[in-house]
Ligand binder design. Sequence first.
Ligand SMILES: [Zn+2]
Length: 230
Amino acid sequence: MTRGIYFAGHNAIEEEPNMKIIMLGAPGAGKGTQAKKIAAKYNIPHIATGDIFRANLKEGTELGKKAKEYMDQGLLVPDELVVDIVVDRLKKLETGYVLDGFPRTIPQAEAHTAILKKVGKKMDYVLEINVPDENIIKRMSGRRVCLNCGASYHLEYNPPKTENVCDECGNELVLRIDDAAETVKKRLQIYHDQTQPLIDFYSGTGVLRTVDGTLEIEEVFQNIVKILGE
Ligand SMILES: [Zn+2]
């Protein structure tokens, strides 16, 4: 199909840079990877909340200082402050965006929806990258890294030539604590507790699309493109 056919429709090409997308997906589901690919193809910025927080902390902005007070005490940054920090970044944008790591809670999602509504806008898509927990645990717990040179391997998908030895530098390979099955299970539980209400929230507004994240990275991306349009 030629691009021209889409031109008059709701997927008009000139509108694409305004597409607003939220990514949902468990840690290890490949959400960040897909968000980067979407950002590149549709020419919209990839807004990763982790990056915004780090930038605010590094630049010592008012918002960053406030967030730091909570983080220094080992407390969660409250929803209102998270919203302020993200909205501060979003309002500098003339385009759409692909949000990665926000919203995480219902109050955050409600605040974001209200802000968009105020300026007569709405989310276009909420993409859930769905990977069963068992697959994620298998993916993560098979990872091995070299602490000497930073090379990474996977016992099943990308094994080193010699068992437990780095191909690059000969150092011993280790399983990072973050990748250990018990740690991953805990993070997945937190993810499900937080995210299920968000999935319910967005499925009620008709923008939620679920993508099978167990496929190869390229296949997952092609399925996303089918949803978003060429
Ligand atoms: Zn190495």
